[in-house]
Ligand binder design. Structure first.
Ligand SMILES: [Zn+2]
Ligand SMILES: [Zn+2]
Length: 277
């Protein structure tokens, strides 16, 4: 186990004692992170066809490196990972997971279709006919995670080049997903957005909505919970969307955004209650 992972698991244990309501979820996350590392270590080449010579031109045109809608991608490896993720599901949620496995076996669910649909905003729940709502959530989570090791491999290859040339869109330059969480870094408090689909993070203007590009200060605000300034929710009153922003600069530790995303679900609930999504 790599040092980074060991430290992450320690942070998970700390969160479990301060946020016992998330123990179950954090345990699942811990298991996922161990599996993720195992799978990532086995990857030796990119699954995604990337035209190396035109990376900069593509990004300058506002296009992410990977286009899921047009490219046919060999999903055998992600599917293997998906099936091992379902093993975690089996332990935690046997009835639901058995149903997923049955639906996969008789073709009511199709892994490849779920992957492609997850990248086309309109087809959020396509490919999952017949599955009930709870099943869809667990499924969505596992489908997204199943691509993470392969995508992390790509961020490892090209992330440096992307950072160097800059990217000022609100969606991820690697995979095109919208971020759910970000954090402030450096003395000046630069904002970085984080993509939980591929693990890439990029710098983004602080007073700007990543979702609609709004830069008007009066329609951008944030709220905190019980005055804890380390955790806040940035909201935009133009598009009614929100993003969680962490500021750990005074806490003397680095924010591990995969973990914080799970440990701050109460912020998502609050944002939803306030009418943001
Ligand atoms: Zn991404
Ligand atoms: Zn907005």
């Amino acid at each position: 186990m790599a040092k980074g992972l060991r430290e992450t698991l320690q942070v998970i244990e700390r969160h479990k004692s301060t946020n016992p309501q998330y123990s179950e979820l954090l345990d699942i996350l811990g298991e996922i992170l161990i599996l993720r590392e195992e799978h990532r270590d086995k990857i030796t080449k990119s699954l995604f066809p990337i035209d190396e010579a035109h990376i900069e031109a593509k990004l300058q045109g506002g296009l992410p490196l990977i286009d899921f809608s047009s490219a046919r991608i060999d999903l055998e490896e992600p599917k293997r990972f998906f099936l091992s993720l379902l093993e975690i599901g089996k332990k935690r949620n046997p009835v639901e997971t058995e149903q997923i496995l049955k639906d996969l076996a008789d073709g009511r669910l199709n892994y490849e279709a779920m992957v492609y649909d997850s990248f086309t905003s309109a087809g959020e729940e396509a490919g999952t006919e017949g599955a009930d709502d709870d099943t869809i959530d667990l499924l969505k989570f596992f489908v997204e995670e199943s691509l993470r090791p392969s995508l992390e491999f790509v961020t490892g290859l090209y992330g440096g080049r992307i950072t160097k040339m800059g990217w000022d869109e609100g969606y991820c330059p690697v995979c095109g997903r919208m971020p759910k969480i970000g954090h402030l870094v450096d003395k000046e408090g630069k904002r970085h957005l984080f993509c939980s689909q591929c693990g890439f993070e990029w710098r983004f203007r602080r007073v700007k909505c990543p979702f609609c590009g709004n830069e008007e200060q009066q329609s951008l605000s944030y709220f905190t919970v019980e005055g804890d300034e380390r955790y806040r929710v940035d909201v935009c009153d133009v598009c009614k969307r929100y993003i969680k922003t962490l500021d750990f600069r005074n806490a003397g530790e680095e924010a591990i955004l995969d973990v914080e995303d799970v440990a701050t679900l109460h912020l998502d609930m609050l944002a939803h209650e306030e009418g943001y999504n």
